[in-house]
Design a protein around this ligand. Structure first.
Ligand SMILES: Cc1ncc(COP(=O)(O)O)c(C=O)c1O
Length: 465
């Protein structure tokens, strides 16, 4: 009885001390309370435990007790609920963005990465080029809105015949170029034919532009021209998004015979194509096939070519090549977006691609990636069976791994993540219903020594599922 009343009294004292102090402040020690209140250590511990349970104080073993940092009370918390009515429905769900925005978790084996691991990036080359570019006179001033002339000329030279610097717009990475292209090349509400499966960032950019996505299936040889023609005919779409070279996520490259057929379909439909050439530098079997834009006489292809995958994610440089009214609209869309790309970034990119060390870097990067691809292919075949891989990509960074029908790959990816292995669930890569269960696994973002263990964990989770 005596014990419980002294606990109650001490609880009251503690409450007063909490009210008088700032959140996070240290409270008197057990010993101090004992001498101040003439109570036993057991009484102090009971009183402290009561206030910890109430969330008023925080006990840090070995350090002491502190006034809890309280969340704001419901009455004083801001109320943003009205915004739901003001903003109306969203075009892009936060779930779709989750995979794009996720940063690698420390200590995890990252088979979900969208860029090569840091040791494969041209970090020191970029840093040195950036240092020089940032100190050049005028570097921080206003830049030409379409980009600096020599960098535009370098991108034009990548296509060759008939393309000049004046057909090129420099952008801060190809995601920005995609957003500008979907906004500029179709009216909100218009249909856009889009490869399925395809890059999540393209799906969300098209949705954000208010376009209606019309999936067109791809196979190991890329998009099927006959189905592309049907999609145009059925929907009246005048815009197509595709990745003819080392597509993300499947790794497929559009077969030579289909390249001219796709151009013919575009001409017949009077349609534009956004040709996303996101990893042209990452081919393993000699030079990458020529982009479609190189054979396009009449301005059907809008070519987007990025440097971020082969240089470093932070060197946010890509280019758009386009002609005619499409070029004019894209220029307007880019200016509305952010005026121009900062001079030092453009200067660094120009210096980088002109340096002899750049070709050496690309050779080393391709060599490392092909080794990693083979290591991951080996691990996947060993643990998940031959049938899980229908295509071995000849470039890029990813394997598109087929799972047995009916597997919930979202739940599977979450289970695997708990074991610190990150993979990308296939569903996020489909513009409409998924045609099966898949995981996208990247061989670029984790060390190859970790592949066998990581895929073993995937296989065990799959077995348990
Ligand atoms: C197919 C594809 N296009 C575009 C991008 C955007 O890349 P960035 O904005 O870094 O050029 C990515 C990135 O993963 C991609 O996979």
């Amino acid at each position: 009885m005596k014990e419980s009343s002294s606990v109650a009294r001490l609880v009251q004292r503690l409450r007063e001390a909490v009210l008088a102090a700032e959140p996070g402040a240290r409270l008197p020690s057990v010993r101090e309370w004992m001498s101040r209140e003439g109570v036993s250590p057991v009484t102090v511990r009971h009183a402290v435990a009561t206030l910890v349970d109430e969330g008023l104080i925080e006990a840090r073993p070995g350090d002491g007790t502190f006034v809890a940092v309280r969340p704001e009370s419901a009455a004083s918390a801001p109320d943003y609920a009205w915004q739901a009515l003001a903003l109306g429905p969203t075009r892009v769900s936060s779930d779709a963005l989750e995979g794009l925005l996720a940063l690698p978790v420390p200590g995890a084996i990252n088979l979900a990465g969208g860029y090569p691991a840091e040791e494969l990036q041209a970090v020191s080359l970029v840093a040195a080029a950036m240092g020089r570019a940032a100190r050049r006179p005028g570097a921080w001033g206003r830049m030409p809105l379409s980009g600096i002339e020599p960098l535009r000329a370098w991108f034009a030279g990548q296509v060759g015949d008939g393309v000049t610097a004046s057909d090129v717009l420099i952008c801060p990475g190809s995601q920005a170029a995609l957003a500008a292209a979907f906004a500029a090349l179709a009216e909100p509400g218009a249909p856009v034919v889009i490869e399925s499966p395809t890059y999540t960032g393209a799906i969300v950019a098209a949705r954000a532009a208010g376009l209606r996505l019309v999936p067109v299936p791809t196979d190991a040889d890329g998009v099927r021209p006959d189905l592309l023609a049907q999609a145009f005919a059925r929907t009246g779409a005048r815009l197509f998004y595709g990745q003819p070279t080392y597509a993300n996520p499947t790794g497929a490259t559009l077969a030579a015979a289909r390249r001219s057929a796709v151009l013919e379909v575009l001409e017949a439909a009077g349609a534009l194509m956004i040709e996303d050439d996101w990893c042209r530098d990452l081919g393993f079997e000699g030079a990458a096939p020529r982009p479609l834009v190189a054979s396009d006489r009449n301005g059907h292809c809008v070519w987007i070519r990025s440097l971020t995958k082969s240089a470093a994610p932070g060197l946010r440089i890509a280019a758009i090549v386009a002609h005619g009214a499409a070029f004019t609209r894209l220029t307007a869309s880019r200016i509305i977006g952010d005026f121009f790309v900062p001079g030092p970034i453009q200067g660094a990119a120009l210096e980088l691609v002109g340096a002899p060390a750049w070709s050496r870097h690309l050779r080393t990067l391709r060599g490392a990636l092909v080794q990693r691809r083979d290591a991951l292919v080996g691990a996947v075949r060993h643990h998940l069976g031959e049938a899980s891989l229908t295509l071995i990509p000849s470039g890029g960074m990813h394997l598109w791994v087929r799972l047995p029908d009916g597997v919930d790959e979202l739940a599977l990816a979450q289970r695997i993540a708990a074991a610190k292995v990150l993979v990308s669930p296939g569903r996020r890569w489909f513009p409409a219903e998924a045609t099966g269960s898949y995981l996208r696994m990247s061989y670029a973002s984790a060390p190859p020594e970790s592949f066998a263990r990581a895929v073993g964990i995937v296989a065990r989770a799959l077995h348990d599922a």
